[in-house]
Design a protein around this ligand. Structure first.
Ligand code: IMP
Length: 197
């Protein structure tokens, strides 16, 4: 089954491709000229479906199956922010590094060294049979410094529940086992099987 991923985030693409080795997976930039998608939804689900719908429409192929991912980190003590604004926490066009630095700076300003946080992933699937969305979560803590360089985005400051080290330090197999994205992907794979029949 051929799946087109409606994302240009290199970290996400790497994980989605590596964790879907049983499917034929392409980034949408591999099959068409990439274009900007305005993510103005009010939830991870709305944004995932906005991206999936935009790429499905642009492909103009009724047999296409488009998969999208909208995700982010929420810090309980910061009123569950940045949440859906994780990609632009330090401003529109901010790099992952700038967003990570801003979250560390916010924690430092509040004298918080370690506090509960969670990642959310909404995976959208848009195809001829309709529009679908599944979610996954990963719980843990954020700390006021970065440790390690594995993963991407906020991973160097995120310590998963039951671990002492950050996702930046832990082996990638831990993220594959536990992450918001891999959990949502597990459900998405079941959905894809039912869509095939
Ligand atoms: P989106 O592309 O609009 O969904 O933005 C996702 C934002 O959340 C980006 O800033 C990512 O760096 C961050 N994010 C999402 N998933 C992860 C993850 O698995 N690890 C680290 N950061 C993530």
């Amino acid at each position: 089954m051929k799946i087109i991923l409606a994302s240009s985030n290199q970290g996400k693409l790497r994980e989605l491709k590596a964790w879907m080795e049983d499917f034929e997976v392409y980034a949408f930039s591999e099959v068409m000229s990439p274009f900007e998608i305005v993510e103005d939804g009010k939830s991870f689900k709305e944004n995932a479906l906005i991206k999936g719908r935009a790429v499905y429409k642009a492909l103009d192929d009724e047999n296409a199956i488009v998969m999208s991912d909208d995700s982010g980190i929420s810090v309980n003590a910061l009123e569950h922010t940045p949440g859906i604004y994780s990609a632009r926490y330090a401003g529109v066009g901010a790099t992952s590094q700038e967003n990570l630095d801003k979250l560390i700076q916010t924690l430092k300003e509040k004298n918080i060294k370690k506090t509960p946080a969670y990642y959310t992933a909404a995976i959208g699937i848009v195809c001829q049979k309709g529009e679908f969305c599944v979610h996954g979560w990963m719980y843990g803590d954020v700390i006021d410094e970065k440790r390690g360089d594995r993963g991407f985005g906020y991973d160097p400051m995120f310590v998963p529940l039951g671990y002492e080290r950050t996702l930046g330090e832990l082996d990638e197999s831990v993220k594959k086992e536990l992450s918001h994205r891999s959990r949502a992907l597990g459900l998405a794979k079941i959905l894809l099987k039912t869509l095939k029949d």
